[in-house]
Every structure is written in C-alpha cells, then in structure tokens.
Design a protein around this ligand. Structure first.
Ligand SMILES: C[S@@+](CC[C@H](N)C(=O)[O-])C[C@H]1O[C@@H](n2cnc3c(N)ncnc32)[C@H](O)[C@@H]1O
Length: 263
C-alpha cells in the first residue's frame, strides 16, 4: 500500500522553500524516520560544517573540496571520473557537490538526486558559479523519479545507509541502470574498528564521562567535538541512558552529529 507525506522546511536564502512529497510504499514508521532524516540533512548539509566560508560562495566550495580530498585521499581515484566521459551519470545524495563537479569536468552528463532541497540548491549553485551543466532533482532514493535504464553509471557516497529501506534503494539503482551499466557505492562497513571499538567501547565509556561537567570538558579535549554537540549528547544520555548506548543509536548519534536519526 502506498503512503505519501508532505512537509515544509524553513530554509535560508540559498535554498528555495519547497514542499516535498515523498511517495513511498514504506511503512508509516519508516516514513516518519525519513522525514527526520530529511530535516537533519536540510539543517546540516553534509560537510558544510567543515568550513566557515559563507555558503554558496566560490570560497565555500574550494575549502570544502580541499578538506574532503585531504581526508579521503583515495576517493577520486576510486570513483574513476575519467571513465565517465559521455556517460549518463546519476549521483544519489549529492551533498555539497564535490564529486558532481568532477563528473562534469570529466565529460559526464550529470544528474543529482537528493532528499533535501539544501543539497540540491548548494550543488546547483556550485554549477552556476563554475558555468557547468547538470540536472538537479529533489527526490527519494527509495522511489526514484527516473525511467528504467536511464543511466549508465550510478554513484553514491555515504548515503544509502541513511534511509530506512536500504535494500529498496539497491533495487532502485539496479532498475535505473541500463544493461551493462555500473554503480559505485560507498556504505559504512559494520565489521570495523570504528563499529566495535570506537562506538562499541570508547564512545560508550564516554557516555559515562558526559554525565558530569568535568567529563564534558575532558571529552572536549580528548575527542575534539564541539561543546555544543557534547552538551547535546549529555542531554540525550540524561533523558534515556539505556537507549543512548544501544548500538544502532550509538551509530546514529556518533557519526554525523548527535541528532542524526539514522546512520
Ligand atoms: C552523509 S550525506 C552524504 C552526501 C555526499 N554524498 C557526501 O559524501 O558528502 C547524506 C546525503 O544523503 C541524502 N539522503 C538521505 N536519504 C536519502 C534518500 N532516501 N534519498 C536521497 N537522498 C538521501 C541526504 O539528504 C544527504 O545529502
């Protein structure tokens, strides 16, 4: 059975205020989570917290890209932009558009789809500043508004685990790819040091520290997270200590900020 929801998001000037409908065959519960996911990324477009440059300026994009490829030195090689010349490329979850720009500069015909108008608008502005061409669609990876077989290459970096029905997004990727098409997708890897040691042990121990004022200060020095975020963690721990340390919640809250509803 299909459900639809619509929501209005308050947005700063760079983003047009828009009402978005999400048509989905998902359960009402997962639609509710998706609404929270959309709100979170609308408020905090991915990576935008890594720079103080004003959003939508050339300096903003330059400093984001510098930071991104310093932190992910092998990413550009892994994507293989040069192999996408002349291909119809779809990026799911474009964020602030760093790879978007590189696809187009490599000669691809680029389309972005993202759940938020923040990401779509920031990426569109990047293209306007650089005089590049692309297509930008605000939409849901679980129900993509594209015909079967309409792309040769699908790219998605750090996105498909942030939506309630990840297997459905994979079926969608398969559907929109033309025969012989390729997908390059990055998902978080569960069998990792980060999952078992950092989240499972270190961050859980930190939850105890965050119960006191001294612990908050100490955590700031050790973990380098902002005091505002640490105080938000502390508030969530006070509210419901048991659910804070559940593993899914540890993952959600300790990856892209304490209010991320789904990681
Ligand atoms: C962690 S950010 C990654 C952005 C970018 N790929 C990057 O690496 O910086 C996750 C992005 O996925 C988008 N997103 C989450 N769920 C989505 C969905 N169901 N459909 C489309 N985009 C989605 C969010 O709006 C956000 O822009």
């Amino acid at each position: 059975m299909g459900h639809a929801m619509s929501l209005t998001l308050a947005t700063p000037a760079l983003y047009p205020v828009s009402e978005q409908r999400l048509n989905s065959a998902s359960s009402p519960l997962s639609l509710d989570i998706k609404r929270q996911v959309q709100r979170f990324w609308q408020k905090s477009p991915c990576d935008s917290w890594f720079t103080n440059e004003p959003r939508g300026t050339a300096a903003f994009y330059r400093s984001l890209d510098e930071h991104r490829y310093k932190v992910h030195p092998r990413l550009q090689l892994a994507v293989g932009f040069e192999g996408t010349r002349g291909l119809r490329v779809l990026e799911i979850g474009c964020g602030c558009g760093s790879e978007a720009e590189r696809f187009v500069r490599a000669g691809a015909h680029y389309t972005a789809v993202d759940l938020t108008n923040a990401a779509v608008s920031i990426t569109r502005r990047r293209f306007q500043l650089a005089n590049l061409e692309g297509r930008f669609v605000q939409g849901d990876a679980e129900n993509m508004p594209f015909p079967d077989g309409s792309f040769d290459f699908v790219y998605s970096h750090g996105v498909l685990h942030h939506t309630p029905d990840t297997p459905r997004t994979i079926r969608e990727v398969h559907r929109v790819l033309s025969p012989g098409g390729r997908a390059v997708i990055m998902l978080y890897y569960r069998e990792s040091f980060n999952y078992y040691v950092n989240l499972g042990i270190v961050r859980r121990l930190r939850a105890h520290l965050l119960r006191t004022e001294l612990g908050i200060k100490l955590s700031g020095a050790i973990f380098g997270e902002t005091e505002q975020d640490l105080r938000r963690h502390a508030e969530l721990i006070r509210k419901d200590p048991g659910s804070y340390v559940e593993m899914q919640n540890m993952l959600n809250r300790n990856t892209d900020g304490p209010d991320n509803p789904l990681s």
